[in-house]
Structures are given as structure tokens and as C-alpha cells.
Design a binder for this molecule. Structure first.
Ligand code: KG4
Ligand code: ZN
Length: 337
């Protein structure tokens, strides 16, 4: 079965063709990242405009690279939530038009579910497993009971891990996205130079809180400026990264031990982080747990993961009509459209 996936939830306009949820036939991405770099973060209006300009070319390229036409496609899968509303609407409306004109089923896909599916493109892993999803907008620990059944066990109370890294990077004067800049710079820094706390959330032992850490970085940078002291940015980046990764790993360990999971999966843009990858390997080796990491090319937003999840949603009977809308927020476990 061939699924055409379409993704436009943030600043990547993407389309891909995937066979039976696992075999990538094509994977095309146009990104407006360079324009957002000028502003230090994604500007929703610019992202929407670029999606509208790029989407038909990207979908055409995905079909061509897969050496097929829309006639060969069995269903069109599209990210419909969560994300930037104006950005999502471009993909959703394009997919609705394409599916209706080609008389193909339309399958709405939740963005975080598709991030989890990036692992189905990388290995033969199958649910059930425990997944840590860390992206620019979300940080969740989720029990993935089946391809379409999820239970949220922990989540962030404020900023996502990627958001905290991006904001900290911006404060340190690093290029957007801060997560990638911090990862690169940390190699040269001393991760023990600055001490940050592991924030705890009262009554919710598996939840995260990253906004206080971000404020700590802002304070360190501002205090140094006032005293006209030089900051070693590599040390600060490495220390901050160590702390964010430490928070993610320690809750993942707690949940896994408490609920008896021995199959761990990582997903989301932050799963590209080199320290998070090596620390999760260390954690799983220590406990004898299986670990699955998405290939780097599938960590960030892409449409191959949408087509993969779209396949499993299709098998589960998920269908939408021309009334499909986009939603800025939507929990991963209870999907309504
Ligand atoms: O999943 P994603 O591409 O988009 C969302 O759904 O949010 O995640 C983007 C996030 C950004 O915050 C970015 O800084 C972070 O992933 N990121 C990284 C790395 N690569 C991307 N964070 C740390 N280390 C990286 N290597
Ligand atoms: Zn994403």
C-alpha cells in the first residue's frame, strides 16, 4: 500500500511516499528556516506564506521521486494538529483538494504520533513500547500501546525541551535553532562549569518543567554583562544541555522502572541531540533495555513519518472528509477532528 504524506505544521513543507508504513519511496522537504533565522525564531506568517508557495512543487517532486502518480497512491495522509494554525491549514487544504479530486481516502495524522512513527522508518520496532518525545513544542513520556493507542505518563508543565534549548541558545547569542547550536558548541565546553537544578513538579513525579532553567541562563548572561565579565559560552551551553538531557533521562528511567518497560524509543527534533542519544544508550545498556533511536534524517519534521503513521491510521479506519479542519492544540491520546 502506498501512502502520500503531507506535512506543514511548522517551517518545513514536506511530502513523501511510503510503502506499507515502513519503506520510504521518496522524502522531499522545502524549509523556510533560513528566513526565520533572521528573527531568532519561527515567524508564523512567513511560514504560512512559504508553505503556500512550496506545497504543490514539493508534492509533485515526492510523486516523481517515488516514480508514481497520484493514481498509484492508496491514501493521502496529512498532519492536521498540533502546530501553527496558519501553517497546518495550508497542508490540510491542499490534501483535502488532492484527495477529493483524485478520489482517494484522506487520513488525518497527529504530529506527535508521526514523530513516533519516524522509528518505523528506521527499524522494525513495533508497539508496545515507552516513548520519550522531545520536540520544539512538546516533551512527553508516552506508553505506545499500539500503533493508534497512547497513554501520556509525563509531560512538560511549561516549555518543551527544544523550546528551552532554543531560548537559551538565543540568550547566549547563538544561531537559531538554539538546540542544534548548543549541541555543536557543547563539544568544546565543560559540562560541569555551571550547576543547574533538576526542577520537580509537586505531585507529578514524571512531569517536566523547563521554563525555570531557561530563566537561570538568562540571569547568568545578564549578571555577567552587568559585571562586564566574559562568559565562556561553550561551558554554559554544555552545562545547560547536560541539565536538560539529565531531566529527560531521569524521568524516562523513573517511568520505565515504575511501569516495567524494557523497550525504549526516542522521537522528535531533540532526539537528534548527540548527548541525549548517548545518555539514552548508556541508560538502556545499564538496565538491559532495548533502545530505538530514529535515524537523524527523520528526527526533525518530515513527511515520511506522516505517511508511515498515516498507513497505521488507515488500517485502524481513520478517515476524514472535506470538512477536516486544522487545530493548533490536540492531545496525542484523544484525537478529534
Ligand atoms: O520536532 P521538531 O523538528 O519540530 C517540532 O515539532 O517542534 O523539533 C524542533 C526542535 C527545535 O527546538 C530544535 O532546536 C531541536 O528540535 N533540535 C535539537 C537538535 N536538532 C533539533 N535540539 C538539540 N540538539 C539537536 N541536535
Ligand atoms: Zn515536529
Amino acid at each position: 500500500m502506498l501512502i502520500l504524506g503531507i506535512e506543514s505544521s511548522c517551517d518545513e513543507t514536506a511530502a513523501a511516499v511510503v510503502e506499507n508504513g515502513r519503506i520510504v519511496k521518496s522524502n522531499c522537504i522545502a524549509t523556510s528556516l533560513d528566513e526565520h533565522k533572521l528573527y531568532g525564531g519561527v515567524v508564523p506568517e512567513i511560514a504560512s506564506r512559504r508553505h503556500a508557495e512550496s506545497i504543490s512543487g514539493v508534492v509533485k517532486a515526492a510523486l516523481e521521486q517515488a516514480e508514481c502518480t497520484i493514481k498509484d497512491i492508496d491514501a493521502v495522509a496529512v498532519t492536521f494538529a498540533p502546530g501553527l494554525i496558519g501553517a497546518l491549514l495550508v497542508g490540510v487544504n491542499f490534501a483535502k483538494g488532492l484527495a477529493a479530486s483524485a478520489k482517494k481516502p484522506l487520513v488525518p495524522v497527529h504530529h506527535l504520533r508521526s514523530h513516533i512513527a519516524s522509528n518505523y522508518l528506521t527499524s522494525d520496532v513495533e508497539p508496545p513500547f515507552l516513548c520519550l518525545i522531545a520536540s520544539g513544542g512538546h516533551s512527553h513520556i508516552v506508553a505506545v500501546n499500539s500503533y493508534t493507542d497512547y497513554k501520556i505518563i509525563g509531560k512538560t508543565r511549561d516549555d518543551a525541551a527544544g523550546e528551552a534549548l532554543d531560548k537559551a541558545g538565543r540568550t547566549m547569542g547563538l544561531a537559531y535553532p538554539g538546540g542544534i547550536s548548543i549541541d555543536k558548541l557543547s563539544v568544546q565546553g565543560n559540562a560541569d562549569a555551571y550547576a543547574f537544578p533538576h526542577p520537580r513538579v509537586d505531585g507529578a513525579p514524571y512531569d517536566f518543567s523547563f521554563s525555570g532553567l531557561k530563566t537561570s541562563v538568562i540571569n547568568i548572561v545578564h549578571n555577567a554583562k552587568q559585571k562586564r565579565e566574559e562568559i565562556n559560552t561553550a561551558d554554559l551551553a554544555a552545562s545547560f544541555q547536560k541539565n536538560v538531557v539529565g531531566c529527560l533521562i531521569s524521568n524516562l528511567e523513573k517511568v520505565s522502572e515504575k511501569f516495567g518497560h524494557n523497550k525504549i524509543v526516542l522521537a522528535g527534533g531533540v532526539s537528534a541531540n548527540s548527548l541525549l542519544r548517548s545518555e539514552s544508550e548508556r541508560l538502556c545498556r545499564r538496565h538491559g533495555w532495548e533502545l530505538y533511536l530514529p535515524q537523524l534524517q527523520y528526527c526533525g519534521d518530515n513527511a515520511a513519518m506522516v505517511a508511515s503513521q498515516g498507513y497505521y491510521e488507515y488500517l485502524a479506519g481513520t478517515r476524514a472528509g472535506t470538512a477536516l479542519n486544522a487545530y493548533a492544540t490536540m492531545p496525542i491520546d484523544i484525537v478529534n477532528f
